[in-house]
Ligand binder design. Structure first.
Ligand code: THU
Length: 129
């Protein structure tokens, strides 16, 4: 699957984002190594700290369905500010491998491409998995 196609799937998810507090909607589309795509959106809460980011929502949906190997994650917002995944999401994504490609776009068509390792060079790795 092409990066642009995955970005547009993440963009489609944006309309489901629930962000009444920040008004910053985020959509994510996570491509599994098997070729399936799982979407996620940020879901905020009146108790702000319970908010979940779009990236983790997509990842947890994929894991809950039985997928643990991922190749590309697309994350988009409808603002000028690109939604570079937060440190918490990077650590959670890293649990499932270091080779993930992460593509990020705001409202403009241009997008940034990273390797997960570049965004989180020193993750905490447990020796029990
Ligand atoms: N957010 C995400 O969902 N992903 C990101 O990459 C950055 C931030 C959400 C969390 C919160 O709902 C809103 O964006 C503002 O921080």
């Amino acid at each position: 699957m092409q990066d642009l196609e995955l970005l547009s799937m993440a963009r489609e998810a944006l309309s489901n984002a629930y962000a009444p507090y920040s008004d910053y909607k985020v959509g994510a589309a996570l491509l599994t190594s098997a070729g399936r795509v799982f979407r996620g959106v940020n879901v905020e809460n009146a108790s702000y700290g319970l908010t979940i980011c779009a990236e983790r929502a997509a990842l947890f949906s994929a894991v809950a369905t039985g997928y643990r190997h991922f190749s590309v994650l697309a994350v988009v917002s409808e603002e000028a500010q690109k939604p570079i995944p937060c440190g918490g999401c990077l650590q959670v994504l890293r649990e499932f491998g270091k080779d993930l490609k992460v593509i990020v776009a705001g409202k403009e068509e241009e997008f940034l491409v990273f390797k997960l390792e570049e965004l989180l060079p020193y993750p905490f790795i447990s020796e029990s998995v």
